[in-house]
Design a protein around this ligand. Structure first.
Ligand code: 6PG
Length: 258
């Protein structure tokens, strides 16, 4: 079931699925069709991957038949929306999770993997290096933004997305592509794409599942605009589409889902 917003609103879709499995299968189809369109049009598909646990089943579905053969993995360029300030072999590394569930199975050309170098001891140095990689890959001039074909995002129970956490300065970032915020609740630095870097994407796909997300999802989608408290509200593609793919448990408090 989906609820399309009126055309004059942000091009937002909300799709509610019976389970994480169904959600992941539908998200895999979106990934595959987005890769088709991008590769036909530009010979490549640029996708920003999310960390966390929800996307694991999506990545595993893409890495196995019958879906594996439906993507030209040689033409897919992988980016990350955020990373923990840890080496790529660390158990908490988003890169490690994606390598284990997807990259080790689809084996793209190594030059297609644009990892956030979070092993750098200074998080701001990692952010700077990732920003340089983005500027080089997209041949960005000063003041220009990358237009990712697809951005996958999750949402925490507190309404954060990527590493855009409530009440952090990065929520107000308007000029940098990448930031390295200190997240006090985690007592650690993170490296993250900024709101404008995410909002220049062609398509943003949120995948949200589980009852613990229901209160924040209601506030993000149906509450007043309070991005300091619910940073996921900042994600509003300027010239693109946003699709919320959620399971019934996460959607339990939505009026849309009634
Ligand atoms: C991360 C993610 C983060 C994640 C949410 C939801 O680094 O953890 O970027 O934004 O998407 O915390 O995580 P789950 O999908 O595991 O609930």
């Amino acid at each position: 079931m989906s609820a399309q917003q009126p055309s004059n609103a942000l091009r937002r879709e909300i799709e509610i699925y019976n389970s994480v499995e169904e959600l992941s299968q539908a998200a895999a189809e979106r990934f595959i069709s987005a890769s088709d369109v991008a590769i036909r049009a530009r010979g490549r598909f640029t996708v920003v991957l999310s960390g966390g646990s929800t996307p694991r089943s999506l990545y595993s579905l893409l890495a196995t038949e019958p879906r594996f053969s439906r993507v030209d993995w040689r033409r897919v360029h992988f980016f990350w929306g955020d990373e923990r300030s840890v080496p790529p072999i660390h158990k908490d590394s988003n890169f490690r999770m994606v390598r284990e569930t997807l990259l080790s199975k689809v084996n793209p050309p190594p030059t297609n993997i644009h990892r956030i170098p979070a092993e750098k001891t200074v998080a701001s140095e990692a952010a700077k290096a990732y920003m340089e990689e983005l500027k080089s890959f997209f041949s960005l001039q000063e003041g220009e933004w990358p237009r990712f074909d697809l951005v996958l995002l999750g949402m925490g129970p507190d309404g954060h997305t990527a590493s855009l956490f409530p009440d952090t300065l990065v929520l107000h970032e308007a000029t940098s592509l990448v930031a390295a915020p200190w997240v006090d609740k985690l007592k650690s630095y993170r490296i993250t794409l900024t709101p404008p870097a995410l909002n220049h994407a062609a398509h943003v796909l949120f995948i949200v599942a589980g009852p613990d997300k229901a209160p924040a999802l209601r506030e993000v989608l149906e509450g007043s605009f309070r991005p300091e408290t619910y940073p996921a509200q900042l994600i509003r593609p300027l010239d693109g589409k946003i699709t919320w793919m959620v399971d019934r448990e996460a959607a339990a408090q939505l009026h849309t889902g009634k």
